[in-house]
Design a protein around this ligand. Structure first.
Ligand SMILES: Cc1cc2nc3c(=O)[nH]c(=O)nc-3n(C[C@H](O)[C@H](O)[C@H](O)COP(=O)(O)OP(=O)(O)OC[C@H]3O[C@@H](n4cnc5c(N)ncnc54)[C@H](O)[C@@H]3O)c2cc1C
Length: 500
């Protein structure tokens, strides 16, 4: 007979630990006891403040109301990412959430756009995307489902939020739902001599912590899965060579933009994440191509508001654990691996790891086939996101530094090489079923980075040119008139903050 899991122990109180506690306590409905142990001595990574739209699903599943969340975490809305200097110095493009133009019969909008562009009759693709236009004009409203024929029904958004406030908010929520928090340092991990599973954790004050299932949210040190169980790491730094970041908070922007800005530098890139009460900034770089001092100076020179603190240096290795679940231990968050933060996907990976764990929840027999299935799904997801991020580096015209020359020359993973070749032929996107980034994301990034297809889809020529022009012009005009009527992002937040 199946013996149920009765006690989950989570090690780590960063975003991944508290996201796990908040969602598991909701989904498991009090039937499994949850204890979270965190050490103030070690602290959290303290970054991770930009998200993608799927975070709304996390909030929904975790029973979090949007207005409460925005108020508690100093959050702002995010419509996408502005990429500055990525294709060439001085060039910029926008990777927006949601739809690019509208489908016309069986072809996606961008195929018609490719033809018009070849004819010199297209505006930049951002003009046909409601989220890009809203971002450019600092406007915001959520999707309006009551207007199904309008582009406002398709507005997709995510959030920027304060990582410290987020963890605190999730902690409160989790504790209300019965999660027990222990403050202490895990100093020893005891394993079963036969199975090798984790039996108990020993805290430095002598307390012992037993559990059935252990979740390793201990950050990049991977205290349980990496250090205690010895699960190795696939290093991907030959594809994603950035390994360091300086992070610094600055004063809030006066007219808060609803998007993240990513500005490429000579050996990395700089983020700007606008919050209500401050701005998050950082410079991600490769220590092989840039010294710490140089990166620090580049960060400070690129700030748009005055710093509130000294910059903090963080180190990481891009890649993933060879297995993310071994025995009775699952790694979630930085302990499971890290792709760099370019497309704000880490918290999303935390979210999918928790839901995957619930979908494949074990009993005490820890069936190996179930674990293997989890590991396969987790690895595939990470490899697909990795390839999307690698594409930003590979597809560029920049050759003004050793870093960019390396990126342009590097061999990319085979699935990405195929994707790029398919796009180059007829501008088609080869997307595998559950892949996170959809056709519109690939198109915006590949075109934005400078990959022009040799030819558009030949079936585009079935449409008369005059009709194509009218179709594109009316798409842009409808979007403009919708955006003109929207409140500013700043006003939208002010109204939300004033609501009870
Ligand atoms: C430069 C940078 C920028 C990033 N930007 C983004 C972004 O914009 N968007 C995004 O989605 N993600 C981003 N991330 C990733 C994101 O920060 C992390 O995925 C997220 O914060 C989760 O971290 P974590 O909880 O796994 O680890 P941490 O925050 O490091 O937490 C580890 C926890 O483990 C505890 N711990 C460790 N050892 C012990 C021990 N021995 N005993 C007890 N407790 C212990 C610590 O006390 C701490 O509570 C970024 C990461 C970096 C490095």
């Amino acid at each position: 007979m199946s013996e149920p899991i009765k006690h989950i122990v989570i090690v780590g109180g960063g975003s991944s630990g508290w996201m796990s506690a908040a969602l598991l306590s909701k989904l498991l409905q009090g039937r499994v006891a949850i204890t979270l142990v965190e050490s103030e001595q070690i602290g959290t990574v303290g970054v991770g403040e930009a998200t993608i739209p799927a975070i709304k699903l996390f909030n929904h599943l975790a029973g979090i109301a949007e207005a409460d969340f925005i108020k508690a975490t100093g959050a702002t809305f995010k419509l996408g990412i502005e990429f500055v200097n990525w294709k060439t110095v001085g060039h910029s493009y926008f990777h927006a959430f949601g739809a690019l133009g509208r489908q016309w019969e069986w072809l996606s909008f961008y195929q018609y756009w490719l033809k018009l562009q070849q004819l010199g009759q297209a505006l930049p693709f951002e003009h046909y995307c409601i989220a890009s236009c809203m971002a450019q004009q600092h406007k915001f409203m959520p999707a309006d489902a009551n207007r199904p024929q309008s582009p406002v029904s398709e507005i997709a958004y995510a959030y920027h939020f304060d990582a410290g406030l987020y963890a605190r908010y999730l902690r409160e929520l989790s504790e209300q739902r019965g999660v027990v928090r222990l403050q202490g340092l895990v100093s020893h991990v005891a394993r079963d001599e036969v199975t090798g599973h984790i039996r108990q954790l020993l805290l430095d004050d002598g307390r012992q912590l037993h559990g059935d299932l252990f979740i390793d949210c201990s950050g990049s040190r991977a205290l349980l899965l990496g250090q205690a169980l010895g699960v190795g790491y696939d290093d991907w730094s030959h594809w994603l060579p950035n390994d360091s970041a300086w992070a610094v908070p600055t004063e809030a922007l006066t007219d808060v933009p609803p998007y993240t800005r990513s500005t490429a530098h000579s050996a990395g890139w700089q983020w700007r994440i606008p919050l209500q009460h401050r701005t998050g900034n950082g410079l991600v770089f490769s220590s092989e191509f840039c010294s710490d001092d140089e990166a620090r100076s580049q960060l400070l020179a690129g700030l748009t508001t005055p710093p509130l603190d000294d910059p903090r240096l963080l180190r990481f290795t891009t890649g993933k654990r060879k297995q993310m679940w071994w025995g009775n231990c699952v790694a979630i968050g930085l302990s499971s691996g890290f792709l760099e933060p370019l497309e704000s996907t880490s918290l999303h990976l935390v979210q999918t790891a928790i839901t995957r764990l619930v979908n494949l929840f074990p009993d005490k027999s820890f069936a190996q086939a179930n674990i293997d299935h989890y590991n396969l799904l987790a690895a595939t997801e990470m490899e697909q996101i990795r390839d999307f991020i690698v594409a930003h580096y590979k597809v560029t015209e920049r050759d003004d530094s050793e870093f960019w020359r390396y990126c342009r020359r590097m061999q990319v993973p085979e699935p990405l090489a195929q994707k790029l070749a398919i796009f180059l032929a007829y501008g088609r996107v080869h997307r595998v079923a559950d892949e996170l980034f959809r056709e519109d994301s690939w198109v915006q990034v590949l075109l934005g980075q400078g990959l022009s297809p040799n030819q558009y889809d030949p079936l585009v020529d079935l449409k008369p040119e005059a009709q194509l022009r009218d179709f594109a012009a009316s798409t842009a005009a409808v979007i403009q008139s919708c955006v003109a009527q929207m409140p500013t992002h700043q006003d939208f937040i002010a109204r939300l903050m004033a609501s009870t």
